[in-house]
Ligand binder design. Structure first.
Ligand code: CAA
Length: 257
């Protein structure tokens, strides 16, 4: 399957998706959203694929939603089409996925990166929510996810002033899991994705569901949910294989059943 705005490559059990609108710094148009949701859904539906990496170019992961596409829209256009609601599909991806960010991750670019299960940054990465300078506010979850990730103090400051945050500060603030040299970003992201891909896939999906549950549930609900999911994994063949492999001092061979 080929796409107009992204490149998709299967590397073993990992799907590598690369934004491919270099002239617009990977601005997230409606066409990008359509391509991305199809590629993510294809990965989810493919038993041979166990993890996904989303990346951009050296200069820009994505410089935001497509300002030129949005500029002429009226309230009626935006409200009527429920503009940006389609991005929810990306957040419903069941397999674990990693955003590997180099260069600009601004506005919608920062928001997509924050939808990922794990965010890895190159030392060149720049995060920001500059929408206020355009007379709007974040519209793809930034006001919520940035605040969850780095706390109200810094999120409010960034969103009200439009100030950007470089990679080192993003790591210190808890926005990203890891900062790596720009020239090893893809290798590092692929290495992490391959590690995840070697894990029992049902446990991996369940783990991300449990962690993401912290956004939606109280502590008591979340702990109860975690325990039930933990119990449920005892119904899988991979749990038997994983625990047998431990006793037999060998690597587990996980089938996703
Ligand atoms: N939408 C549409 N086109 C964009 C774009 C965007 N978000 N960001 C960059 N581009 C285009 C530019 O218009 C330019 O195109 P032309 O060559 O046709 O003029 C091309 O990409 C290269 O950009 P620059 O010449 O501006 O490159 P630069 O190196 O001088 O600056 C930048 C880089 C600082 C990232 C600058 O491009 C910029 O500020 N971009 C906009 C960032 C922004 O405001 N993002 C938020 C968008 S709104 C949003 O995302 C809403 C939401 O909540 C989802």
């Amino acid at each position: 399957m080929t796409y107009d705005t992204i490149k998709v490559e299967r590397r073993g059990a990992v799907t590598l998706v690369t934004f491919d609108r270099p002239k617009a710094l990977n601005a997230l148009s409606s066409a990008v959203l359509a391509d991305l949701t199809e590629a993510f859904a294809a990965c989810d539906a493919d038993d041979s694929q166990r993890c996904l990496v989303l990346t951009g170019s050296e200069k820009a992961f994505a410089a935001g939603a497509d300002i030129k596409e949005m500029a002429p829209q009226s309230f009626g256009d935006m409200y009527g089409s429920n503009f940006f609601a389609g991005w929810e599909a990306v957040t419903r991806t069941r397999k674990p996925w990693i955003a590997a960010v180099a260069g600009y991750a601004l506005g919608g670019g920062c928001e997509v990166a924050m939808m990922a299960d794990i965010l890895i940054a190159a030392d060149t990465a720049v995060f920001g929510q500059p929408e206020i300078k355009l007379g709007v506010i974040p519209g793809m979850g930034g006001s919520q996810r940035l605040t969850h990730a780095i706390g109200k103090a810094k999120a409010m400051e960034m969103i009200l002033t439009g100030r950007n945050m470089k990679a080192a500060e993003a790591e210190a603030s808890g926005l990203v899991a890891k900062v790596v040299p720009a020239d090893s970003l893809i290798d590092e992201a692929m290495k992490m994705a391959e590690t995840i891909a070697a894990m029992p896939p049902l446990a991996a999906m369940a783990a991300k569901e449990a962690v993401n549950g912290t956004y939606e549930m109280t502590l008591a609900q979340g702990i109860n949910f975690e325990r039930r999911v933990f119990h449920g994994l005892f119904g899988t063949e991979d749990q038997k294989e994983g625990m047998a492999a431990f006793s037999e001092k060998r690597a587990g061979d996980f089938k996703g059943r």
